[in-house]
Ligand binder design. Sequence first.
Ligand code: SAM
Ligand code: SF4
Length: 346
Amino acid sequence: MATPKAIPTDGLGRPLGVLRLSLTARCNLACPYCLPDGQEPPGLLTLEQRHAVVQAAVALGAHSLRLTGGEPLLHSQLESLIETVQPLRAQGLRDIALTSNGTLLSANRARALREAGLDRLTLSLDGADGASVARMAGLSDAKAGERTLEAVLAAIGHARDAGFDPAAGALKLNAVIQRGLNDDQLLPLAELCRGQGLELRLIEYMDVGNRNGWNPADVVSAGAMVEHISSRWPLEPLERDLHSTARRWRHRDGTGGIAVVASVSQPFCGDCNRLRVTADGVAYTCLFAAPSSGLDLKPWLQPSSNAMDLEQALTQLWRSRHDRYSEERQASTAGREHAEMAYLGG
Ligand code: SAM
Ligand code: SF4
């Protein structure tokens, strides 16, 4: 009988659980808090190389794959990649999820993603009116914001029709909240999600990248967001799932709930189990990593490469991981460079 493989833990005893794979650094929106590049980095991975990365991560214990970007729906091989990793379910892959701004999600695309084997979809929308959406998505005016809002609302319908059931946690909505820009959208977004039966995931505005001019004063804390929504529709806390980025709350009236991602005010580095790989094959062990700390995996992704060597390179990277940036943010990070959000994949 084959000896089971030793699953590595990092320098703080954390196992690898989630691979966040970015498919593109490009986006069709330009949210000012993210500010993606207009073009891809050189050396984008091929479908085969991406499959090899997922396979290696699963061999090291990753049970969840999240596909992201940039805007992953811009990537023509998205469905092919989802199809090619299906056999890895037999090796421990349990969950394949996608984060998207939803604007390009037609009914056909939603069906194709479901048929390819996508389990869960999270769409991002930062406002419930045209002006707010325009402000948060970097669009020219409220009319453009309205068109985007309509596209995302249609995408929610397409996703539901394709079988992504919000009641089963297969369809959720992300919103980043920035003080003075869209904090007035908390109740409208909560109302929209209650009406649609969607979990609203409120994300604290984070200091990812170097372009967004992040200022702690612009962060609305998760506590303040929960309090505000609870004053209108009372909430009660649910147990936090181990390794989860979000703390979940349910409405006392039984109409769904919200989740908050409190990376700034209540960091969750202690059980962070996420590995990130960029569209050009650079591995990062923290969302707030310095650009120079990434490990380029391409030397282990050549036609002549051996899968075991890639696993070994990732094992070494994971074993040497000590990241806990969010917990150290206040103490030691002045002037620190971060890789950009759309490049890292959120
Ligand atoms: N384009 C897709 C989307 O917007 O859903 C996927 C990539 S995007 C980088 C992934 C998530 O990161 C989105 O929900 C987005 O709102 C969030 N995000 C981007 N920049 C952020 C920031 N500075 N602080 C908090 N969340 C951010
Ligand atoms: Fe694009 Fe997503 Fe970044 Fe907005 S958050 S610019 S939709 S990648």
